[in-house]
Design a protein around this ligand. Structure first.
Ligand code: ADP
Ligand code: MG
Length: 606
């Protein structure tokens, strides 16, 4: 393998490479850069995402253009606004010592006037999305009639997105004798077609084998019942405390729904789909890059071009309709030399899709089991131990250590550790202690229907209780009160419905005797609190019109929601009131909000 120096790059670029911390060229860079520097040729380069293709065309282009001229000499077309901005930024970094270099990004959703002003100042290189580029050409705001280099970046994605016509149109405004460089992760028929149509005897470079996923990615599937998808997702997240992931759903609606559920359950999640405004999408991506969002729930279209290097997991909440899309999804992880895991949550009937995908990616899936509650508790406990072990001491505490020491004078180290850990761990434990096996082959013969993950099922008792608003309760405080006096877990009291002088609530039918017995002779604030089984089952919630309630309620099932966290659409989490939830209190049902009355409460379920 060559060094960057051996590839023939000039001093300005080599200096920038040192600043960037790139030590050796990646394979695609090693193979393409010398060719592009030496020859005036068309080129097709196929390499997985995350292999450094931007630099493979970026360095040669920067070296070959004439920076002293203000003429536009290079045009890079890229499928999405995000990618467009990213490539522009990368090129600016690569060319930071190239004095006079002007790279301009051209994309929709921002002022076309501002962009054209930037172009007029003399841009040697334009990085553009096809749609906006066409606009600019039609309005005579750019001149690409003298370009020498055209790059079609992520060509497969551009074609996937239906940009064939636009690309044809744009290239018709460019000189015939330019060089065209096409970069793509995969080589579907459409890409060969475009290569034939627009290129003359292109040199072909392939890194890895065509259409095959990255070697850095392992593929796993988890077979569950259709209605357990969401619970499985939560378990997978909880079993991987440092997860930084993209979760793929099939529709915008489902994407939004899953993201909202996750946010509501206390995860640092966000949604990315086409119903969000550009501004909202930018915010989500910003939070994701900053890792304030650990779980980005996205549609395939919206996730195109997500180019974040450290993604640890891709989770296919549902498989894509077109199995070819799987390669794109799993390519979001295992980038830049890192390893990654692509997980698929499937039902039995989808097994044949796994087989088809295996044929495409030429790799085997590993059949894995959804971790049990106990496993997750253990992982979380160890992760907590690790975190504490590696935590830097905040010496502000020194000022108070004496009093604290006094308080624990009689506590042994062992005991202290246990207490300390219990602060975080008990919430986990309570949540998972009664959890069931989610694996589809777990001998669980319950009827499992399609996509009913969000439908509550229950076998519960509805109670009447003779306290209400008048006594100072709202549904949250009443729920807290009941959980406390009855010594119940987070999900054990639900559908709390507070009226003026009385209220209703539900519990699992199994604990009805315990509830009734407790309240036979119970006084609170000098007043007898009376609880009776109510005739109303509490299933008349408008939100669930037509809902079927069958089967047994489980400890980790959902309850129907009273309020939505985000009114209206487009709930991205990180910039909103969820910001205060730090990584450490992210997990599942254990969001700090649950126990901390100072936190915003509106997301809590009734
Ligand atoms: P691709 O276009 O193939 O998906 P990118 O060009 O976006 O990949 O590069 C992926 C990441 O790898 C980027 O963060 C980039 O800065 C980094 N990178 C590129 N080349 C090198 C290199 N030679 N050494 C280290 N990191 C690199
Ligand atoms: Mg790229």
């Amino acid at each position: 393998m060559n060094t960057f120096l051996q590839l023939g790059l000039n001093e300005d670029l080599l200096k920038a490479i040192i600043d960037l911390g790139f030590e050796t060229p990646s394979e695609v860079q090693d193979k393409t850069i010398p060719i592009l520097l030496e020859k005036d040729t068309d080129l097709v380069a196929l390499a997985q995402t995350g292999t450094g293709k931007t630099a493979a065309f970026g360095f040669p282009m920067l070296q070959k253009i004439n920076i002293d001229s203000r003429t536009t000499q290079g045009l890079i077309l890229s499928p999405t606004r995000e990618l467009c901005m990213q490539i522009t930024n990368e090129l600016k970094l690569y060319g930071k010592y190239c004095k006079g270099l002007n790279v301009v990004a051209i994309y929709g959703g921002a002022s076309i006037i501002d962009q054209s002003k930037d172009v007029k100042r003399g841009a040697q290189i334009l990085v553009a999305t096809p749609g906006r580029m066409k606009d600019m050409i039609n309005r005579n705001l750019v001149d690409i009639s003298k370009i020498e280099y055209a790059v079609l970046d992520e060509a497969d994605e551009m074609l996937n997105m239906g940009f064939f016509e636009d690309i044809t149109d744009i290239l018709s405004h460019t000189p015939k004798d330019k060089n065209t460089w096409l970069f793509s992760a995969t080589m579907p028929q459409e890409v060969s077609t475009i290569a034939k149509k627009f290129m003359h005897n292109p040199i072909e470079i392939t890194v890895g084998s065509k259409n095959v996923g990255s070697d850095q990615v392992t593929h796993e599937y988890y077979m569950v019942g259709g209605r357990d998808r969401y619970l499985a997702l939560k378990r997978l997240a909880d079993a991987n405390p440092d997860i930084f992931s993209v979760i793929f759903c099939r529709t915008k609606h489902e994407t939004q729904k899953v993201a909202e559920k996750l946010i509501e359950d206390g995860y640092n999640a966000g949604a990315l789909h086409g119903d969000l405004s550009q501004n909202q999408r930018d915010m989500v991506m910003k939070s994701f890059r900053a890792k304030q969002i650990q779980m980005l729930v996205a549609t395939d279209v919206a996730a195109r071009g997500i180019d974040v290097d450290d993604i640890t997991h891709v989770i296919n909440y549902q498989l894509p309709d077109e199995i070819e899309t799987y390669t794109h999804r799993s390519g979001r992880t295992g980038r830049a030399g890192k390893t990654g895991i692509s997980m698929v949550i499937i039902t039995k009937s989808e097994m044949r899709k796994i087989k088809s995908i295996e044929r495409i990616i030429k790799k085997q899936f590993e059949a894995k089991e959804i971790p049990s509650g106990i496993d997750i508790c253990q992982v979380q406990l160890m992760s907590l131990a690790n975190k504490i072990h590696n935590t830097e001491i905040n010496h502000e505490i020194d000022n108070h250590i004496e009093i604290i020491n006094e308080m624990f004078a009689d506590t042994s180290k062992d005991e202290l550790i246990k207490k300390f850990f219990s602060v975080e761990f008990t919430r986990f434990y309570n949540y998972y202690k009664k959890s069931k096996d989610l694996n589809a082959d777990a001998g669980n013969s319950r009827e499992r229907s399609g996509d009913s993950d969000f439908e509550p099922s229950e076998n519960s008792t509805r109670y009447f209780i003779n306290v209400g608003n008048k006594d100072g309760y709202d549904w949250m405080s009443l729920k807290d009160f009941l959980k406390e006096v009855l010594d119940l877990g987070r999900d054990d009291v639900f559908k709390v419905d507070v009226k003026d002088s009385f209220s209703f609530f539900n519990t699992d039918a199994a604990i009805t005797p315990k509830v009734l017995e407790f309240f036979t002779d119970y006084k609170h604030n000098d007043r007898f609190v009376n609880v009776e089984v109510s005739a109303d089952k509490g299933n008349s919630n408008k939100k669930r019109s037509g809902g079927k309630f069958s089967g047994k309620r489980r400890s980790d099932d959902f309850q129907p929601k009273g309020k939505r966290r985000s009114e209206g659409k487009g709930g991205y989490s990180a910039g909103s009131d969820n910001r205060s939830s730090s990584k450490s209190n992210r997990s599942g049902a254990f969001s700090k909000f649950e126990n901390d009355s100072s936190r915003p409460r509106k997301s809590r379920r009734k």
